[in-house]
Design a protein around this ligand. Structure first.
Ligand code: SF4
Length: 92
């Protein structure tokens, strides 16, 4: 601690300990929740043969690289090139 020009204490910048951000309890809970969801869906970050989120019935906006999957067991944002076991063909 040093004194500022007006006589009050000022925290010296070199006295401050800047710590790296760390996950908190809610992050661990969500990681667990989504981990189970990913396992249940067999969700993958790459296509399975010709099947991928980008050509799945449940992919809400095929103009986007990341979009909402409205499958009732998921309801999460997914990537265009991802895939899961609940892939469904878009009817003509
Ligand atoms: S159901 Fe599966 S394959 Fe289809 S958009 Fe959702 S995550 Fe992707």
């Amino acid at each position: 601690m040093t004194e500022n020009p007006h006589g009050g204490p000022t925290e010296d910048i070199y006295d401050q300990v800047i710590s790296a951000p760390e996950p908190v309890e809610v992050d661990e809970e969500l990681a667990m929740k989504f981990g189970l969801l990913i396992e249940d869906a067999i969700l993958r970050g790459r296509p399975y043969q010709d099947e991928k989120c980008g050509n799945c019935l449940y992919y809400l906006d095929t103009d986007k690289d990341i979009a909402y999957c409205w499958h009732p067991k998921l309801r999460i944002p997914v990537g265009f090139e991802w895939w899961c076991q609940w892939w469904e063909e878009i009817a003509d």
